[in-house]
Design a binder for this molecule. Structure first.
Ligand code: SF4
Length: 112
């Protein structure tokens, strides 16, 4: 189920749509992704930003996340990326230098 959710999540992100559930139906909104071509994570770094499909030990995850965040620190579109992930409530991966847990915590702080 998690694999399916992640696959669907990645698919709609790559298509540039936001499928947020509303009370009546899914809202489909085209989002601005013009910042993505100059993202520092495009190309060979992309494997660092999402967990692998095999079990990842805690130490491996921490090392991967540190490496991904080091790429985010020099990324010219970090704020756009984080805004995008927060807007679509991206449930997986590192976006804008924050993990999914860190984004949820940030959202909770903003909501208070
Ligand atoms: S901030 Fe990080 S995840 Fe976002 S586009 Fe830049 S390198 Fe990629």
């Amino acid at each position: 189920m998690i694999f399916l959710a992640r696959t669907v999540s990645c698919l709609y992100i790559h298509l540039g749509f936001d499928f947020r559930p509303s009370r009546r139906a899914f809202i489909v909104t085209a989002l601005d992704r013009s910042w993505q071509p100059i993202a520092s994570c495009s190309g060979s770094h992309s494997h660092l930003f999402f967990p692998p499909n095999v079990t990842e030990r805690k130490e491996e995850r921490e090392r991967r996340e540190i490496r991904a965040k080091s790429v985010c620190r020099i990324c010219p579109v970090g704020s756009e990326c984080l805004d995008y992930a927060m807007t679509i409530r991206e449930p997986y991966g590192i976006w804008g230098g924050l993990t999914e847990t860190e984004r949820r915590q940030r959202k909770a702080r903003i909501s208070v």
